[in-house]
Design a protein around this ligand. Structure first.
Ligand SMILES: Nc1nc2c(ncn2[C@@H]2O[C@H](COP(=O)(O)OP(=O)(O)OP(=O)(O)O)[C@@H](O)[C@H]2O)c(=O)[nH]1
Length: 236
């Protein structure tokens, strides 16, 4: 029987709306895991490398292990529809550092963006508790079917009038039992739960037991844009 276990590390996608704490979560994971495994990070931003600069400045990982993809369009395009730039960047990092884990951050996007299963082996969707207790009930592919849903910034729940346990229960109901982790960087037990989940995924991947599953495409949408002159668009 040939050895089918993968020779490259786990590729983990971190997705979610703007400002929910994706970069902070990646910084947290780097801080917790860097002593135990080899890591690399790819960030996606539309026009800047701001997230990569934030992570380099946080000092959690050698700067050369953090690379930015400037998507030039909605970030979800670069993580789902045309993943070439991301794949090339991930492969460069894999060739140079042979990481056990590559974390890929999507740019802040809307509620329905997801990673292509051709780019990541497993994916986390991040919600912000301050975005409101109803958000988990609204569903969408990431909330319902990402491998892990994180409800982040739970320390803010009392300040924004959200019932944390209710929101977690709603999310669990929407996800048919898939894992939900309520997280705050100030709650060490929750940080340990996140770290344990990621470590278990690395182990599953190494054993050849992790089959990437697609949460599904994002909802149909249009890209609003303005022009300062009239012209016809070429047919798509
Ligand atoms: N109170 C609290 N704030 C947090 C926590 N995690 C992150 N934040 C804050 O949330 C804000 C947004 O965090 P980021 O990590 O930049 O969020 P992001 O999702 O990467 O943002 P974009 O890349 O712009 O989409 C920052 O001010 C963080 O300090 C948390 O656990 N608790």
């Amino acid at each position: 029987m040939p050895d089918l276990s993968p020779t490259r590390g786990l590729r983990l996608g971190v997705c979610g709306p703007v400002g929910t704490g994706k970069s902070s979560l990646i910084a947290l994971l780097c801080r917790e895991l860097a002593g135990r495994m080899s890591l690399a990070v790819v960030t996606n931003d539309i026009y800047t490398d701001e997230d990569a600069r934030f992570l380099r400045a946080s000092g959690v990982l050698a700067p050369e292990r953090i690379r930015a993809v400037e998507t030039g369009a909605c970030p979800h395009t670069a993580i789902r529809d045309d993943i070439t730039a991301n794949l090339l960047t991930v492969e460069e990092l894999e060739e140079e550092f042979a990481p056990d884990l590559v974390l890929i951050e999507s740019g802040g996007d809307n509620l329905t963006a997801t990673f292509s299963p051709a780019l990541v082996d497993t994916q986390v969707f991040v919600l912000d508790i301050a975005g409101g207790g109803d958000v988990a009930r609204k569903g969408g592919p990431g909330i319902e079917r990402a491998d892990l849903l994180v409800i982040n910034k739970t320390d803010l729940a009392p300040h924004v009038g959200v019932d944390r346990d209710r929101m977690v229960a709603d999310a669990e109901a929407a996800r048919d039992g898939r894992t939900v982790i309520p997280l705050s960087r100030t709650d060490l037990d929750s940080v340990a739960a996140l770290t344990a989940w990621v470590t278990a995924e690395v182990v599953r991947h190494r054993a050849g037991d992790l089959v990437p599953t697609d949460p599904g495409p994002m909802a149909a949408h249009t890209h609003g844009h303005t022009h300062d002159h009239d012209h016809d668009h070429p047919a798509a």
